[in-house]
Design a binder for this molecule. Structure first.
Ligand code: SF4
Length: 213
């Protein structure tokens, strides 16, 4: 039985790939990019979950989702769990599979070969606060989109060009079971700080998951 440290799951997510998607956030990231907006996913080992049970839990969502996005945290820091999850999803689900990694593709070439055919589109490379942020689905323009299957090519090729008109970017806003707000998607540079300043002006106390940089 393969186990996975999970941060959260959600459906529908509309801002991390085409259509209405199941989002799966791995817990734990060893890369620690300066300016990361998901510092809450860095610590390893929380919410230890059995992969088969997770896929069974997701089944009602998978029945009406267009795709699944696997992100984090760093999915390739849990390579065994990632492979088991992707194989299970390929069996249980007809939609596309998009995976994020903060590692360069060259660094994960070996593991990727073992996952051949399981990932339709892969976004790689760490977040770099100093470069631009005009590319869809990415926080910084150094991050590369790899189209690994014909389906990935068909769905994602149009998302590999800068979009000058994509501001402000849409974000999915959710409330968790402890009453905390959280967002899915890729904010533009400075969006978190602007939102925080707005809420503070309105008298709210706000903590965000953004690394101070
Ligand atoms: S941006 Fe991604 S790879 Fe970088 S520290 Fe954050 S979760 Fe890890």
């Amino acid at each position: 039985m393969t186990r996975l440290a999970l941060s959260r799951v959600h459906f529908p997510v509309t801002t991390l790939g085409p259509g209405r998607r199941v989002g799966i956030w791995f817990q734990g990231c060893s890369i620690h990019c300066r300016g990361c907006i998901s510092v809450d996913t860095w610590a390893p080992g929380r919410k230890d979950t059995q992969v088969g049970a997770l896929i069974a839990t997701l089944a009602p969502w998978l029945g009406c989702a267009d795709g699944v996005t696997v992100t984090g945290g760093e999915p390739f820091d849990q390579l065994g769990a990632l492979g088991t999850l992707l194989r299970g999803l390929r069996t249980a689900f007809d939609g596309d599979l998009l995976v994020y990694s903060g590692y360069p593709r060259e660094r994960i070439a070996g593991p990727l070969a073992g996952l051949a055919g399981l990932i339709d589109a892969l976004i790689t490379d760490p977040y770099v606060a100093e470069v631009g942020d005009r590319l869809p689905l990415r926080g910084s323009d150094n991050q590369r989109l790899h189209l690994l299957t014909p389906r990935g090519q068909a769905l994602y090729a149009r998302l590999d060009t800068p979009n000058e008109h994509a501001k402000p970017r849409a974000l999915d806003l959710m409330v968790d079971d402890q009453g905390r707000f959280w967002m899915a998607g890729i904010p533009r540079r400075g969006d978190f700080a602007a939102l925080q300043a707005l809420l503070v002006r309105e008298g709210h106390s706000v903590l965000t998951s953004e690394h101070p940089g």
